[in-house]
Design a protein around this ligand. Structure first.
Ligand SMILES: *Cc1c(COP(=O)(O)O)cnc(C)c1O
Length: 385
């Protein structure tokens, strides 16, 4: 089976992890700090806070921004469930903004219309979370302008987008947001096994996320009430979690991030090759890359009306050894969100996209021969008549 995504782990990666296993620190220690620094530098942010998953990092980010019961968080339906779930984990309410039909990123016009309506009904969101779907940045300048007008905070779900750019700056530089969150899961661009990273230029937000990551506990003399009675001393000021990354994971991340630009370059080549090879088939290819470079986490095709049904094409591809996937089932159609009153018909653009979408294999070590097999198999299935 040719999978849709696969990590690359080199001997250098393995050596870096083994070195940590022989050191004094296994869990969060000097390697986590080193990785945070390397990550912050790579995306040109002032601060980076590591955690054990992007889901945890989203939770920490929303909490640091003060999201809690009674607050409203808006996300797009085309995302992994974690984007919306993290708001529920804070006790906040969730609503959805439909996506752009070409990019499947949050649609700025849909957002503006929904904000207008929410203003009249007094239900404006406190936080909006655009998702850089497939690794392509949303229109952050436009979303940030609406943020100023309607007074909401912004977290970028950049799980797909390490290595991407927006207006000539790396995604994660947070020029148009409070915090950006990245995933280090093995199918994403670089990996730490499980892992997440939040970047920000706000020292206070970074410090809040770091404290919440470790039980809400601090040893910082500047933050405790009086002079500490001794080196053992710590204080808990709020309810936090154990969301720490291990030093072994961080060493893997530091080793992987060195190859970031090679990975993106390779993904871009694979995308360009798919673009050429798929031209004659009954499908829409991803929109062409603009000056805002994509990280190409996913290569999603959308079957057109003259193609066989998606479920049939998907099943046949899997049967013939092509490990395709669908990203994503619209979150508002999940039973958990149905119970809150959301359902099919609410987000027509997302739902139409979902009916047609198939993610083809896309990862840096995909060989030309394997890519040829993917295209040949897909072509056979689609043109069988
Ligand atoms: C993968 C992913 C997440 C969750 O990442 P984890 O590291 O697995 O918790 C969140 N949002 C999006 C868009 C993702 O693709």
């Amino acid at each position: 089976m040719i999978p849709y995504g696969r990590q690359e782990v080199t001997q250098d990666d393995i050596d870096a992890v083994v070195d940590v296993m022989k050191s004094n620190f296994l869990t969060q220690g000097p390697e986590v700090e080193r990785f945070e620094r390397a990550f912050a530098d790579a995306v040109q942010a002032q601060h980076a806070v590591a955690s054990n998953s992007a889901t945890s990092s989203l939770h920490l980010a929303y909490l640091a921004l003060g999201i809690g019961p009674g607050d409203m968080v808006w996300t797009p339906p085309i995302s992994f469930v974690a984007t919306a779930n993290a708001a529920r984990m804070c006790g906040a309410d969730v609503d959805f903004v439909d996506v752009d039909p070409d990019t499947q990123c949050m649609c700025v016009d849909a957002l503006r219309i929904k904000l207008d309506a929410a203003k009249s009904s007094g239900t404006l969101p406190k936080l909006v979370v655009p998702v850089h779907f497939t690794g392509r940045s949303c229109d952050m300048a436009a979303i940030a302008a609406l943020g100023h007008e309607y007074n909401f905070r912004i977290v970028e779900d950049a799980a797909h987008a390490i290595g991407a750019a927006y207006q000539s700056k790396p995604v994660g530089a947070c020029e148009f947001s409070d915090i950006a969150v990245f995933s280090l899961h093995p199918v994403k661009i670089i990996t730490t096994g499980e892992g997440g990273m939040a970047t920000t230029n706000d020292a206070d937000l970074a410090s809040k996320m770091a404290t919440l990551r470790t039980h809400g506990v601090t040893r910082d003399p500047a933050l405790v009430a009086g002079p500490p009675p001794g080196d053992w001393y710590y204080e808990q000021h709020e309810l936090g979690f154990n969301y720490r990354m291990t030093d072994m994971q961080a060493a893997l991340g530091s080793s992987q991030i060195k190859r970031l630009s090679d990975y993106i370059q390779r993904r871009r080549e694979i995308a360009a090759r798919y673009d050429k090879m798929l031209v004659k088939l009954p499908l829409s290819r991803p929109p062409v890359e603009t000056n805002d470079l994509s990280a190409w986490h996913l290569y999603v095709i959308r079957l057109t009306d003259d193609a066989p049904p998606r479920a049939e094409v998907f099943a046949e591809l899997r049967k013939r050894g092509i490990g395709v996937q669908v990203h994503y089932i619209p979150v508002h159609t999940q039973p958990y969100y149905n119970d809150m009153g959301f359902g099919a018909g609410d987000m027509p653009v997302s739902e139409d996209y979902y009916e047609r979408a198939i993610s083809l294999p896309m990862f840096p070590t995909l060989t030309k021969a394997d890519q040829d097999t993917v295209v040949q198999t897909l072509s056979d299935i689609l043109t069988r008549g």
